[in-house]
Design a protein around this ligand. Structure first.
Ligand SMILES: CC(C)(COP(=O)(O)OP(=O)(O)OC[C@H]1O[C@@H](n2cnc3c(N)ncnc32)[C@H](O)[C@@H]1OP(=O)(O)O)[C@@H](O)C(=O)NCCC(=O)NCCS
Length: 236
């Protein structure tokens, strides 16, 4: 690439980024300082794409530095940015084989009324909208995205992390990933309905909005008995 690697806001080189951090960088720099960031955006985007496809490590190096690859691989701190999928245990798009695991994860939350009940049939229909985190063959977290293309909006739904695996950033990783998917589809606004986790979303850039702000198809399905809070996030 043209620069030494990927830099943070202060201009300091980031030596290593895992996939959620790379996606977060791209989300935060989307459309900003296009001339300055274009080269980094293109290369980091490609690196993230490769990692999502199963490549474990991608090194982004300056084309100007003589011997950059040797310096990157054989000096302790390297000279570029390593984009790694290695810390990114098992986050992937769900398949039909994950239905049982997702049901095991979300059933207790459905029983408690934290999540809306979904039948197996409904899950089967919606499975392509789900992203999961798998660990040792068990689904430990999931989230789904449903887009409403007319309104250029999407719903982040069914976000759940198994209680034994919470508070380690997996909720964040899933949200970053859903945001990433939304941006790729040119979605301008992400919204979610929640009864219990309002502050979790607010801390991640969502603001409370009204049921009237929901896309029409979603508004007509809004369950007034659940009295969920509607939260929205503009994706610039
Ligand atoms: C909300 C949820 C997805 C967060 O997952 P997670 O992997 O624990 O989240 P992260 O590790 O990224 O974030 C943890 C932080 O969020 C806070 N947090 C967790 N649940 C919260 C909630 N309901 N409200 C406010 N903050 C919450 C934690 O205290 C922690 O704070 P800290 O970083 O200051 O220590 C998870 O608690 C969950 O599955 N809850 C039940 C289902 C639910 O409510 N889903 C949302 C409705 S769609």
């Amino acid at each position: 690439m043209e620069s030494n690697g990927v830099s943070d806001k202060k201009g300091d080189l980031l030596q290593q980024l895992n996939l959620p951090q790379a996606e977060s960088w791209l989300n935060n720099h989307h459309g900003k300082d296009i001339d300055k960031n274009r080269d980094t955006q293109i290369h980091l985007n490609n690196a993230a794409h490769a990692c999502r496809g199963g490549v474990k490590r991608v090194h982004l190096l300056s084309r100007e530095t003589d011997g950059a690859l040797l310096l990157e691989l054989y000096t302790r701190d390297g000279v570029g940015t390593l984009v790694t999928a290695e810390n990114y245990e098992g986050l992937r798009i769900a398949t039909i084989d994950d239905i049982g695991g997702i049901m095991e994860l979300i059933s207790p939350l459905e029983e408690q009324g934290v999540l809306v009940k979904r039948s197996r049939e409904q899950l089967e229909l919606d499975i392509n909208n789900f992203t999961v985190i798998e660990r040792d063959g068990m689904i430990i977290a999931c989230a789904a995205m449903f887009s409403f293309s007319e309104a250029a909006a999407a719903e982040l739904a069914c976000l759940a992390v198994h209680r034994d695996y919470q508070i380690h950033g997996r909720g964040d990783d899933l949200m970053q990933h859903i945001e990433w998917q939304a941006r790729k589809k040119h979605i301008k606004k992400l919204f979610t309905l929640t009864t219990q986790a309002m502050h979790w979303f607010i801390e991640r850039g969502f603001v409370e909005c009204k049921t009237d702000d929901l896309p029409i198809e979603k508004k007509s399905l809004y369950n007034y008995q659940r009295n969920s809070k509607v939260l929205c996030k503009e994706l610039n």
